[in-house]
Design a protein around this ligand. Structure first.
Ligand SMILES: Cc1ncc(COP(=O)(O)O)c(C=O)c1O
Length: 457
């Protein structure tokens, strides 16, 4: 027997002795070679592959490209108050502020949040267990969905919704379910955001054994609705009846206009144990780029948010947490919240007048900083050409593009804030953000006057 034959014998013995291991090894090798033969781009995960170009990355660059007045994205084009900016400078210059914070948040911010929110929640909040600092409200939402959703769990959203909700839910295995707010009355006339109503029976009809969460947003983006106590009681009753979690997105809680007041659903009887309330330092202090937000609720709920958020961001940027803490501590002494509301009241008035002068009907917001205008009457020439990325998009996308290009004002098409089947409910509107300087709002008002000749009487 040659050494070659001996080797084959040894090899076949090894195969016999270890046949299971070697057959799985062979399979592995075959798969590896298949892998090696694969070419082309790396496959994108299904949970992300279906994402379409988002509305912000269409309209924000368009504003810059056309040098149009940008009333699109909801960020302020003016600086935060001096005391808020100074707080950030001081924080960076303070030893111990520039390293990792505790995943819960910096102790000073937790205490400042508990102190400032305790009277608003009619209870003494425990900064250690009932508050968690998040990377903007957005990451707080993501952490809640990560912490509470199993694959296939359903989350009920009210349309129009803040668009980030959808990806936050689906990336965590959840299934969004929709119920629209509907305008009651003549939408060709000026209306109030209180005319946009939720049909509570429709909401009830959407609850299934898989329903886990309802998301409420008050004051509401983009409608501006501030839910009344009666409306909150109805929603709260369903939450308790079906033992659901309620996320109350209250990022605009410091921005509501007289005579309306912001009611907190967590304060209603029996709802503290069911509700996580979301807040945003960006919205409160005009610092949307700082990415500091918070979640407040019963300790058992906050514990779960914290355990998810620790594995998402570990902790939120430390010096700007300190700066938000200082801002909360100093806000009252600067009469900040009253001044904040009255400056936005003036902006709201300017925005509404600009739309009235242009001949567009709209919804007067009770809170937040957006106005929905009814754009149904705008007549655009039939042969007007739109860029390719608007192919197949609803009419409000086309009108908003035309508005940017021909009128020089950027607004956001709200059909983006509806599910596929309900997009038509948003097609007649455009959202104008008025968190802008007087100069910007005046420039928009002037430009919008050009609309008159395109509006059907
Ligand atoms: C309703 C709503 N929720 C959450 C957010 C996100 O807030 P933040 O910037 O703190 O992440 C926004 C921002 O526009 C919003 O409008």
């Amino acid at each position: 027997m040659t050494s070659f034959h001996l080797n084959i014998l040894k090899f076949s013995n090894i195969i016999k002795i270890n046949s299971t291991t070697s057959s799985s090894r062979l399979l592995q090798l075959r798969n590896m070679s298949l892998l090696k033969n694969k070419s082309g781009p790396i496959k994108v995960a299904d949970k992300v592959a279906h994402f379409k170009q988002d509305v912000w990355s269409i309209f924000t660059p368009l504003a810059a490209q056309l040098n149009a007045v940008n009333l699109g994205q909801g960020f302020m084009n003016f600086p935060p108050p001096d005391f808020v900016r100074q707080a950030a400078i001081d924080a960076i210059n303070t030893d111990g502020c520039n390293q990792y914070a505790h995943p819960k948040g910096r102790s000073r911010l937790l205490k400042a949040l508990a102190k400032s929110y305790s009277p608003l929640f009619n209870r003494t909040l425990d900064p250690e267990t009932e508050v968690v600092v998040t990377a903007g409200a957005n990451e707080g939402l993501y952490a809640i969905f990560a912490g509470f959703l199993d694959d296939g769990d359903e989350v009920i959203l009210m349309e129009p919704f803040f668009d980030q909700y959808i990806a936050n839910i689906t990336m965590n295995g959840g299934v969004p379910v929709y119920v629209p707010l509907r305008p009651h009355g003549d939408t060709n006339k000026i209306m109030s955001s209180s005319d946009w109503k939720l049909d509570i029976n429709e909401l009830r009809s959407k609850i299934t054994p898989r329903t886990k969460i309802i998301v409420l947003n008050t004051p509401h983006n983009p409608v501006g609705k501030v839910f009344s106590k009666e409306e909150l009681l109805e929603i709260g009753q369903l939450v308790q009846e079906f033992n659901l979690l309620l996320i109350s997105d209250e990022v605009y809680d410091r921005l509501y206009y007289k005579p309306d007041v912001h009611e907190r659903i967590a304060n209603l009887p029996g709802l503290w144990e069911h509700t996580i309330t979301i807040g945003s330092g960006g919205k409160t202090f005009g610092t949307t780029g700082w990415r500091v937000g918070w979640s407040i609720g019963h300790k058992d709920l906050i514990k779960t948010v914290l355990s998810a958020q620790t594995r998402i961001v570990f902790c939120v940027n430390s010096p700007l947490q300190e700066a938000i803490a200082i801002s909360l501590e100093e806000a009252e002494a600067h009469d900040y919240y009253e001044k904040h509301i009255s400056s936005y009241e003036q902006r709201r008035e300017k925005m509404c007048k600009a739309l009235s002068d242009a001949g567009l009907p709209y919804t007067i917001p009770q809170g937040a900083y957006y106005v929905l205008a009814n754009i149904k009457g705008i007549k655009i020439p039939e042969d007007y050409e739109y860029p390719e990325n608007l192919n197949g998009r609803p009419r409000d996308f086309k009108v908003c593009y035309w508005l940017a290009k021909e009128i020089g004002v950027v607004a956001i098409p709200p059909s983006e804030f509806y599910c596929e089947g309900n997009r038509h409910l948003g097609e007649d509107y455009a959202r104008f953000a008025f968190c802008k300087t007087d100069e910007t709002l005046e420039a928009a008002a002037k430009a919008l006057l050009k609309l008159k000749k395109y509006i059907n009487e």
